[in-house]
Design a protein around this ligand. Sequence first.
Ligand code: PSU
Ligand code: MN
Length: 301
Amino acid sequence: MTTIPMTYAPDVAAAKEAGTPIVALESTIITHGMPYPQNVETARMVESDIRAAGAVPATIAVMNGTLHIGLTDDELDKLAQSKNVAKLSRADMAACMATGGTGATTVAATMIAAHLAGIHVFATGGIGGVHKGAETTFDISADLHELAQTPVTVVAAGAKAILDLEKTYEVLETLGVPVIAYGQDSLPAFWSATSPLPAPLRMDTAPDIASAHKMRVAMGLPGGQLVTNPIPADAEIPAETLAPIIAQALGEADAQGISAKSVTPFLLGRIFELTDGASLTANIALVRNNARLAAQIAGAL
Ligand code: PSU
Ligand code: MN
């Protein structure tokens, strides 16, 4: 029998032993979502936010074929500085591990790893979704199907405005994924706290979200929950400000023939440049906010 090459960081192993709440974190946001050194600085801040909220962070990545549940400070720094690290999703994670490769985990791959490690809650910035123009490109993130089959509660600030939000939430509904807005009636839209889209479900407390997670498990329903947590008001970028910038980035991606896995990193990178870094400042604020809520949910579980 093949055994899974998997290793726990010492503090994560201790937390598992002691029953301390653990929050999983993805690594694609570090390698493909933010520039160095803000990526590693953010990763460290997010980890300390989780600790301050009484949980233990477990940043997940594949390094030299081994699935790491929690990274040491050195490993985190090495990953953050690496160029050409693979971006792993459900389709390529096992192949990377089988061949001794190194890769950062997306939302989908992080959910798989968290579930293998017995971690029930995961915080990130934004999930992947249905791209604009998907009716011709068929570009729909594997994150959506993962939410439908792996029992992890994912805390995000909604789907990014680079995506087709309506289609993203339609697909989630079709797949039977609970989409919960935290503390408000509308769905947040990543850089904006609100959107015109009504939230399918609203919950106002972490214990309610934890209870819903447990109820799904008890009922034998596969899949997780998506908790959409609005960006803090002082960090918001108005949707009107971003709309022309997103349109420009999308136009450039199209003109340059950017496709498949490169689309999301390209768009995030261009929006960072076109907003003079403002998109990154907002991104950092919302990830930290999500980490704090995820720690509360993990505690309530
Ligand atoms: N949201 C961010 N930054 C990111 C991502 C999402 O703010 O880097 C990453 C996540 O890892 C997500 C992935 O799972 O983008 C989705 O990529 P794709 O659209 O290729 O499935
Ligand atoms: Mn895609």
